[in-house]
Design a protein around this ligand. Structure first.
Ligand code: HAS
Ligand code: CU
Length: 552
């Protein structure tokens, strides 16, 4: 190997290209589109979070104080819709947009114009759904699951529901186009030497996520189209009185909806799998195990949908209980691999690692309540109670959100050229950890005590419920505070440029994004190191300090 091959780009930050708003509107650069996705996703995170604070204000004590029941229904519907469709998936897609081309050594994604189109379709779709709040009857109010017959015109008259359907059809189409792009990019744009089994695990997980999107989003989109026909053209797909089937909606929705929950976690598994090895000073334990476990989770996720429908009485509880519990096996493989990666490593507890470890503990709590819910006998007791709310917030907040923040602290320096403040980052982490547990842990107890989900009020006689609800609202306030600290951190460190200037590789990273400048130039790379393993930058760094035998 020649020294020229090993020559790294200058260690000074790349002069940030001065870009105006117009440039972001017309761009087809995957990095700018990635940033657009990330910042729009974060905006919807804050918006949907504010909706939940209104719900917490209402639920703190019994009696209706601020909201009427109808408004409350709109709030939880748009909270769930916003968090799942407009925040969690888009932020993952944004990070994937930014980092997949970098991680595989490519100048851009396979279809840059389609990529720009996907982003704008997503943004306008999300705004369309939220615009329901501006209509006479308000926004959709039947939950993010849109169950029939609640979503028909008798129960949900008005334009808000139609806007919700249209919005989701748009964001769903955007997701499909995004998935096509990631699959095309990963299969066709890899740098020489970047074989499939040298792909960073994040890229692998996005690939599997994309396959899940390709196979399930069309199902949701079709169901939504059918619902739209029922509502506006006199169709009767989901109207039993006219020969339709309400349960059909649930089958279609959950055939999409259960793989969707893995769409919402696989990218974030990928992020922590990038971070833990770097901050443990070791290579990832069981690389192939991770990849195959991801594939197995993806495949199994198509066979479990009816665990959301146990109490309908029309599904085989035994079959779906067994398949659901089997998912614990590949997930458990990942857990043991994460722990083995840290085992005897030289651990560094910088913020990305703190959030990753927070993820491990919190996701574990949420994951473990999964098999409980997958046991039909238990599910019959706790279905539609706060126990389910506790489960999915531990996996989605404790899992996806913790890992997303791990990713932000890890990659923000690469995207912006500035490191976020570690001090504010630690405040953010600890407050979020405390707030999250105060908010969501008591919900297990509330659920076991029988408090139903999706209600604006509860009886004043249930004093235990009131105590727990007060605790939960205190927790939610702490959570909101922690997010405000993160926002402050971004404003101070990035926008006001107070953060330390990031070198190419501030953490001692392994994958190719750490080879180029922070932020990378328009076409990403001026040179690439030889790619001989899944961590080429680490190999090159080793080679610089110890070049080995000549010509070696
Ligand atoms: Fe879930 C409901 C079952 C993972 C998200 N889930 C939801 C909802 C959401 C959601 C959003 O079977 C509510 C939807 C709504 O609005 O109605 N879930 C599971 C199972 C797993 C699981 C079995 N869920 C997730 C992930 C999510 C997510 C990931 C998003 C990120 N979930 C259910 C069921 C319902 C449900 C029912 C319906 C409830 C109802 O009544 O409505 C698994 O993938 C979890 C696997 C992970 C672990 C932890 C790590 C594994 C280790 C290995 C050893 C563990 C073993 C198990 C051997 C298990 C460490 C030991 C078993 C013991 C019982 C101790
Ligand atoms: Cu499920």
């Amino acid at each position: 190997m020649t020294t020229a091959e090993l020559e790294r780009p200058a260690l000074t930050p790349h002069p940030v290209e001065r870009t105006g708003i117009v440039d972001y509107v017309t761009t087809t650069d995957h990095k700018k589109i990635g940033l657009l996705y990330i910042f729009s996703g974060l905006a919807f995170f804050i918006l949907s979070g504010i909706l939940s604070l209104f719900m917490r204000a209402e639920l703190t004590v019994p009696g209706l104080q601020f909201l009427d029941r109808g408004t409350y229904n709109q709030l939880f519907t748009m909270h769930g819709t916003g968090m799942i469709f407009f925040f969690a998936a888009p932020v993952a897609i944004g990070l994937a947009n930014y980092f997949i081309p970098l991680q595989i050594g490519s100048p851009d994604v396979a279809f840059p114009r389609v990529n720009a189109f996907s982003y704008w379709l997503f943004l306008f779709g999300a705004l369309t759904a939220f615009s329901g709040f501006l209509t006479a009857n308000g926004a959709a109010a039947f939950g993010w699951t849109g169950y029939a017959p609640l979503s028909d015109t008798t129960w949900s008259p008005g334009t808000g529901a139609n806007l919700w359907i249209m919005g989701l059809i748009m964001t769903g189409t955007s997701g499909i186009l995004g998935a096509v792009n990631f699959i095309g990019t990963t299969f066709t744009m890899r740098a020489p030497g970047m074989t499939m089994f040298r792909l960073p695990v994040f890229t692998w997980n996005i690939l599997v996520m994309s396959l899940l999107i390709m196979l399930t989003f069309p199902v949701l989109t079709s169901a939504l189209a059918m619902l739209f026909i029922d509502r506006t053209l006199g169709g009767a797909f989901f109207e039993p009185a006219q020969g339709g089937s309400a349960i059909l909606w649930q089958h279609l929705f959950w055939f999409f909806g259960h793989p969707e929950v893995y769409i919402l976690i696989l990218p974030f598994f990928g992020i922590v799998t990038e971070i833990i090895p770097v901050f443990s000073g070791k290579r990832v334990f069981g690389y192939r195990g991770f990849v195959f476990a991801t594939m197995l989770i993806g495949a199994l996720s198509f066979s479990v949908w009816a665990h959301h429908m146990f109490t309908t009485g029309v599904v085989s509880t035994l079959f779906f209980a067994i398949t659901s519990m089997m998912i614990a096996i590949p997930t458990g493989v990942k857990f043991f691999n994460w722990i083995a990666t840290m085992w005897r490593g030289r651990l560094r507890f910088a913020t990305p690692m703190l959030f990753s470890i927070g993820f491990l503990f919190m996701f574990l709590v949420g994951g473990i309540t999964g098999p409980f819910l997958a046991s039909p006998a238990i599910d019959y007791a706790v279905h539609d109670t706060y126990y389910v709310v506790a489960h999915f917030h531990y996996v989605l907040f404790g899992g996806s959100v913790f890992a997303a923040f791990a990713g932000f602290y890890f990659w923000m320096p690469k995207m912006t050229g500035r490191l976020l403040s570690e001090r504010l980052g630690r405040w953010h982490f600890w407050l979020m950890l405390i707030g999250m547990n105060l908010t969501f842990f008591p919900m297990h107890q509330l659920g076991l005590d029988g408090m139903p989900r999706r209600v604006a009020d509860y009886p004043a006689g249930e004093t235990a419920w009131t105590d727990l609800n007060i605790l939960i609202s205190v927790g939610a306030t702490i959570l909101a505070l922690s997010i405000a600290i993160f926002a402050l951190n971004v404003v101070l460190s990035v926008f006001m440029r107070r953060g330390a200037v990031a070198a190419n590789d501030p953490w001692g990273g392994y994958s190719l994004e750490w080879w180029t400048t922070s932020p990378p130039p328009h076409h990403n790379f001026t040179s690439l190191p030889p790619i001989r393993s899944e961590r080429p930058v680490y190999d090159a760094r080793r080679h610089e300090t110890d070049p080995g035998p000549p010509n070696g």
